[in-house]
Each structure stands twice: as structure tokens, then as C-alpha cells.
Design a protein around this ligand. Structure first.
Ligand code: GLN
Length: 191
């Protein structure tokens, strides 16, 4: 049976994530309420506006179910706003989070001129070299916990990190045509 990948679909560019999941041969399911996580084998948290997503997560009673999913060992990837949701501590401005990954992030950390840009990552681990990266009002990862591996940096800043099953990218793999990152995150599953 085709594995189903849940995509948090409260706000943001969840459709783009769903398309990239389907392009890899998986089924995609929009997650808007706790019951939508049933039978899901991996979870993607998209880019968008993290403060809005957070309000909707609380309103839908999704906070604890999402935290439980992150603790379950199944693959999770947060991109941009999704990475902010996963972080332990969030600044600029401060807000609550799921605290599912031991990193601290600063929101909207790139100056106005560099608010949005597309680049090739300049320092990636094998498998992530030259990754195409779309940054849109991206956060910066300001602290990485001991359990967290940095898989790619750009301009010296961590932009892709992982602790076990939980991955976070400050850019948007779903908005580029490079499938490597999502394929790697979903590698434990068979389509
Ligand atoms: N600046 C947004 C936030 O803080 C994130 C931007 C994005 O996901 N492209 O939520």
C-alpha cells in the first residue's frame, strides 16, 4: 500500500509540499485536524506565516497530536515557518512553538534587501551539495543543540539540520525542482 505523507494544511504553501510528495510516488493528505494524522507515515510542516499557523494549531487542538507525532520516530520535515514551529526557542518576535527540535531560531533574520532569494547552498554534506534553496523571509538558526546535526550551511549559517527523525530547513525545498531533500526525509518509507 502506498505510504501516506501528511502535510499540515492550515495555512502557507502546503499545496506545493503535497505536489512534491506525490511526485515521489507517495500519497499526500492535508492535515487540518488531529484525526487527519491517523495512518500517516510522515509529516511535512510547510512554509507560510508561523504565527498564524500557531494560532490555528491551538484552535484545532493540534499541538499535542503534532508533538506526539514528532516523538513517534516517523519522519518529520519543517520548512521555513515549519522549522520555526519545530524549534525550541523562537525570537524576533518571540512566540510559542512545538519544541520538537533542539534549535533556537530568529524569525525574519535576513535584512530587507535579502528578504527573498534563490541560491545554491555553498556547504552541504554528501547528498546535499549544491542544493537549490529558495529563501523567503527566512529564519536563521542561532543555536543548535548537541543532538542536532547540521547537514548544510549557507554563508556559514546552518540552513538544514536534523535530529533523528526530525528535520528542519530554513528554505523551501517544495518551491524548487530539486527533490533530494524531501526524498532523503522520506527514505525510510516505501512509496
Ligand atoms: N517569516 C515567516 C515566519 O516567521 C516565515 C516565512 C516563510 O515560511 N517563508 O513565520
Amino acid at each position: 500500500m502506498t505510504a501516506t505523507v501528511g502535510v499540515l494544511a492550515l495555512q502557507g504553501d502546503h499545496e506545493a509540499h503535497a505536489r512534491s510528495v506525490r511526485a515521489l510516488g507517495f500519497a499526500a493528505r492535508a492535515v487540518k485536524a488531529p484525526e487527519h494524522l491517523e495512518g500517516v507515515s510522515a509529516l511535512l510542516l510547510p512554509g507560510g506565516e508561523s504565527s498564524t499557523m500557531l494560532k490555528l494549531i491551538e484552535a484545532e487542538g493540534l499541538r499535542e497530536p503534532l508533538r506526539a507525532f514528532c516523538a513517534s520516530g516517523q519522519p518529520v520535515l519543517g520548512t521555513c515557518a515549519g522549522a520555526i514551529l519545530l524549534a525550541r526557542d523562537v525570537s524576533s518576535p518571540a512566540q510559542a512553538s512545538l519544541d520538537a527540535l533542539d534549535i533556537d531560531v530568529e524569525r525574519n533574520a535576513y535584512g530587507r534587501q535579502l528578504e527573498s532569494f534563490v541560491t545554491r547552498i555553498d556547504d552541504g554534506e554528501p547528498g546535499f551539495e549544491d542544493l537549490e534553496a529558495v529563501f523567503i523571509r527566512a529564519p536563521a538558526i542561532r543555536r543548535v543543540g548537541e543532538s542536532v546535526s547540521v547537514l548544510a550551511r549557507h554563508d556559514g549559517q546552518p540552513v538544514l539540520v536534523r535530529a533523528g527523525n526530525v528535520w528542519a530547513a530554513t528554505f523551501h525545498p517544495e518551491l524548487s525542482s530539486d527533490p533530494r531533500l524531501v526524498r532523503s526525509v522520506l527514505a525510510p518509507l516505501t512509496p
